[in-house]
Write a protein that binds this ligand. Structure first.
Ligand SMILES: [Ca+2]
Ligand SMILES: [Ca+2]
Ligand SMILES: [Ca+2]
Ligand SMILES: [Ca+2]
Length: 253
């Protein structure tokens, strides 16, 4: 009888394939880029001075490691990590950035500001997601090396938003820089050129957040744009238009 021998061979082959399949599944766990994460509460407001407050020690660093524009940079070229906390008064961000060459080619803060080195912080105060290109459903604040704050207004033109963000950047040495930022929060009814009262954040609410760094060293245009959230698809440079690509968070207390 030869049949049992063939059956046995198939059984061994089947088990072998099954083991390979299971181990492949285990070695690459499925990551859900839209998984909701927590932003921790800060009882005290950090001082925006580039010195790490005791409150910052209580929250973890997170990587800025998603290549939205350009390829993976070398460690000298760019490395980035951030911390984020919330308080009723606003959102607080600490970013540690390694960048080998700082450039500010466009001295006019409203001209091609994304082609100069800048930190970009994306906030969607109610986590509503959706388009925010020419409205204030969400903000994409570009923070230049001279701490000028730029986003696009409802008239489709870039504007400075000096009252919305308070930031500072200090050099730590070895091409490493610490950015400390406070962002006031506003409703989507924010009106450019008017006095807008900041809103209070509340525990357990949804929040959209991402952070990125525009890195240019020696080029006409930005060389790399590295962000914190996983963006699906070919075009990953969508944070300035679509709040749906921000990370999804809950403010916890
Ligand atoms: Ca501080
Ligand atoms: Ca660089
Ligand atoms: Ca919104
Ligand atoms: Ca640079």
């Amino acid at each position: 009888m030869t049949m049992p021998k063939i059956d046995k061979t198939y059984n061994i082959l089947f088990i072998y394939v099954l083991i390979i399949f299971i181990s492949a599944c285990q070695s690459s766990p499925t990551v859900n880029p839209r998984e909701r994460k927590a932003i921790q509460y800060s009882e005290k407001l950090p001082v925006i001075d580039g010195i790490i407050d005791a409150e910052w020690e209580k929250v973890a660093w997170n990587p800025i490691d998603q290549y939205w524009v350009g390829k993976k940079p070398s460690k000298n070229d760019f490395q980035g990590q951030y911390k984020v906390m919330w308080n009723e008064e606003g959102l607080f961000v600490l970013a540690k950035i390694t960048d080998d060459i700082l450039v500010d080619n466009n001295r006019n803060p409203l001209k091609r500001y994304w082609d100069d080195d800048c930190l970009e912080i994306f906030v969607d105060e109610d986590g509503s997601r959706g388009n925010h290109q020419f409205n204030h459903n969400a903000f994409a604040y570009h923070i230049a090396l001279d701490q000028k704050i730029v986003d696009i207004g409802t008239d489709s033109k870039p504007h400075l938003y000096p009252n919305n963000v308070n930031s500072t950047m200090v050099e730590l040495g070895n091409n490493e820089y610490l950015w400390e930022v406070r962002l006031n929060m506003y409703k989507d009814t924010y009106r450019d050129g008017m006095t807008n009262a900041p809103i209070k954040l509340t525990a357990n609410q949804d929040f959209g957040f991402a952070i990125a760094y525009c890195d240019n060293d020696t080029s006409e245009e930005r060389e790399n744009f590295i962000g914190s959230s996983v963006v699906e698809g070919e075009d990953k440079n969508r944070g300035w238009i679509d709040a749906g690509v921000f990370g999804r968070y809950t403010l916890v207390k």
